[in-house]
Ligand binder design. Sequence first.
Ligand code: HEC
Length: 164
Amino acid sequence: MRPRRTQSGRSSGSRWAVPALLVLAVAGSRGATPAHAPVIAAPGVANPAHIAAGGLPPPGPVVRNPYRGESAIARAGGKLFVSMHCSDCHGDAAAGAVGPNLGDGRWRYGATDAAVFRSIYFGRPRGMPAFGGVLGAQGVWVLVTYLRSLPPPADQPTERFSRH
Ligand code: HEC
């Protein structure tokens, strides 16, 4: 929804910004934290693949795959991919079915291990279930290691295989 415009042309949301800042400034000067102080969210996970505005990366832990490049783990991940029914939606060898191809080197949500981890762990809005609850972080990393081990096909198809 777009913010409603007031007659002065400023968005109605900004009307409260100045009073809110004043409340904070007054509360701060008394040295006490008021009960109604806004909760500041914990910093998110840093993604080194993103461009940092002003060259200043935001603080936050960097997520790394503990099994990166381990071929035995990648093979185990291939079995887990079938036993967890990932292949029911993503096809055999992750080549795409109702879910997108996961082996073509193209990633809708980012081409890093951390982004692939987040897709599997937390799910994605257009039909990807969250598996973090059943698999835990370790199980998800095993699947990430498998998917990242798939060699991109030499002949890259350009058509879409699914509506997603
Ligand atoms: C019920 C069908 C279904 C199952 C089961 C499923 N997926 Fe998905 N998956 C999808 C769909 C649909 C999308 C696209 C979601 C979107 O675009 O928001 C997706 C997206 C993804 C993505 C993000 C792809 C990208 O381009 O960034 C990854 C990674 C993924 N799935 C891995 C898995 C793994 C691993 C499993 C098994 C643990 C699995 N999926 C099980 C349907 C499924």
